[in-house]
Design a protein. Sequence first.
Length: 119
Amino acid sequence: VQFVESGGGLVQPGGSLRLSCAVSGFTARDYAIGWIRQAPGKEREGVSCIRDDGSTWAADSVKGRFSISRDDSKNTVYLQMHNLEFEDTAVYYCATSLNTWCTTDMDYWGVGTLVVVSS
């Protein structure tokens, strides 16, 4: 199982970024895959998740601003982030427990991609 995240970077408040998570070692559409973030000095926080059936979950803090999607032809999961806020600054990880439900108790993690929201 391997995840390769990309798309992080420096963005101004109100800006947008799209994170990508390229999956290898299993078929992404068969399991739930989530994005989890960790801000400096804070605990990990579940951001969003897409289940095998395509249904999604998002944290209240990002609802209406972030959306998760999956491209089955590329075995890749995306996190589109709009209207970014200072509080969104964190390392964003792609992860799975190889189950079909969303959870923050993940067994497999990518190395993460850093998102910095700063003016």
